[in-house]
Design a protein around this ligand. Structure first.
Ligand code: 17E
Ligand code: FE2
Length: 417
């Protein structure tokens, strides 16, 4: 039995001790009595692990190297560059890159990742590699795989059959990219078929939806309508929806009512889309975020995600969810103190809701003892200081633990910091 004392538990201000037994949380409370090992957290903030609910692991780090830069900085150039380069892909290469990406994220406190895997590939190379990794790494990280038709459900010949094959192989969700199909009608029909496939295979839905700046892009409306009719909103996520920031307020208000009914989820990728969107703008330049603050106020679940690390779409990224959160709350104006105090939800609980892993997620008795410790004593300080993750615990065991930073040399003036 292990006891963690002097913890500041996010969302549970009255309890400061955590008792762990047999890989599970046994009790959360105070004065919990004896244990074999007592770990003093010194008042530091304890959170459930970071969740990255939208990451492309099959092409992670593909953009490194000379000649790989996306010159226009647009989504379309990224898709073209990937298309040109993926023909030589091997399972070994996907595995190697994905492993490196997962290591990056886990080393920064992430334990849950949903990854989109391109299935517009006759060999389903990425899917084969990632299905193996999902099993192999499950004691370290929970991976969910979305069967994602990057080059279009109709636009890529045979994508429908490949998607079905990937779902038979065990993908956890069906993806789509309606704004990339060759017409509005094709986009709508792709959504119909994807929703039907998801229901047939009893998997979740996560669509790259309206990832553009077109105020008339309407696939979010269509997706929402389809899953409303099937009562599938809670199993459905609309990723990106950047165009929704450009629509008329009167239209947005109408849609908010419909989203409330469907309970559809949203994922915003603040750094990725700040980079990709607004490329056709001079000034003012759009920010690339959907209506995060308003959707949250509407009662819809919204999570932030990394999306890319050094691939054909985005040259930066390192799997640090604090960086994503910091950028996201700034771009979304989610910066009132009351919002900052609950902003960790966007990279923890909200992503876990999307992945529907609630039964194994959260600092509660009976759940697997998964948590992280930050180098700060409350949520506000942690976000303001962009606090580092000092420890990540999974099933009661450390994935890592590191000492807080110390200066080797400092003047007296800095000693109090
Ligand atoms: N593919 C896509 O369609 N959109 C993105 N943002 C990335 C890949 C990274
Ligand atoms: Fe994406």
């Amino acid at each position: 039995m292990k006891k963690f004392i002097n913890a500041t538990i996010y969302g549970n201000p009255d309890s400061h001790e955590i008792l762990v037994e047999n890989n599970q949380f046994k009790v959360i409370g105070n004065d919990l009595g004896d244990a074999d090992e007592v770990i003093d957290l010194g008042g530091r903030l304890v959170l459930p692990p970071y969740v990255d609910p939208h990451l492309h692991l099959d092409y992670i780090f593909s953009g490194l190297g000379e000649g790989n830069a996306n010159i226009s900085g647009t989504l379309f150039e990224g898709i073209q560059r990937w298309s040109d380069n993926k023909k030589t892909l091997t399972e070994e290469l996907v595995r190697e890159r994905a492993m490196k990406g997962i290591q990056k994220e886990v080393s920064k406190g992430v334990q849950f990742i949903r990854t989109h895997v391109d299935i517009t590939d006759p060999n389903l190379t990425g899917m084969k590699a990632l299905i193996k990794l999902r099993e192999e790494l499950k004691s370290i990280v929970t991976l969910q795989l979305v069967a994602f038709p990057q080059e279009g459900f109709f636009r890529y010949k045979g994508a429908e059959e490949l998607m079905e094959k990937a779902l038979e192989m065990g993908a956890d969700a069906a993806g789509g990219i309606p704004h990339f199909e060759i017409s509005y009608e094709h986009g709508v029909e792709s959504l119909r078929r994807i929703v039907d496939l998801a229901i047939k295979y009893d998997v979740m839905i996560d669509i790259h939806c309206d990832e553009n700046d077109d105020p008339n892009s309407r696939f979010l409306e269509v997706l929402n309508a389809l899953v409303t009719e099937k009562e599938y909103g809670e199993y459905t996520t609309a990723s990106h929806t950047t165009s929704f920031a450009s629509v008329e307020n009167s239209y947005a208000n109408k849609m908010m009512g419909l989203f409330k009914e469907s309970k559809i989820n949203f994922i915003s990728c603040p750094t990725e889309n700040a980079h990709l969107q607004g490329r056709g703008d001079t000034y003012p330049k759009r920010r690339g975020l959907t209506r995060v603050k308003e959707l949250l106020a509407n009662g819809n679940n919204v999570a932030f995600a990394q999306d890319s690390i050094a691939d054909y779409w985005y040259p930066l990224g390192n799997g640090n969810m604090m960086n994503i959160l910091d950028n996201g709350i700034h771009l979304a104006h989610y910066t009132h103190i009351d919002e900052i105090n609950k902003a960790f939800d966007l990279i923890t609980y909200n992503g876990a809701n999307i992945m529907r892993v609630n039964e194994e997620y959260g600092i509660e008795a009976g759940k697997p003892a998964n948590f992280i410790v930050l180098d700060a004593t409350d949520a506000y300080e942690a976000i303001r200081e962009r606090a580092e993750v000092l420890a990540s615990v999974r099933n009661g065991e450390y994935l890592f633990k590191r000492a807080p930073r110390v200066n080797e040399i400092e003047i007296d003036f800095l000693k109090e910091l």
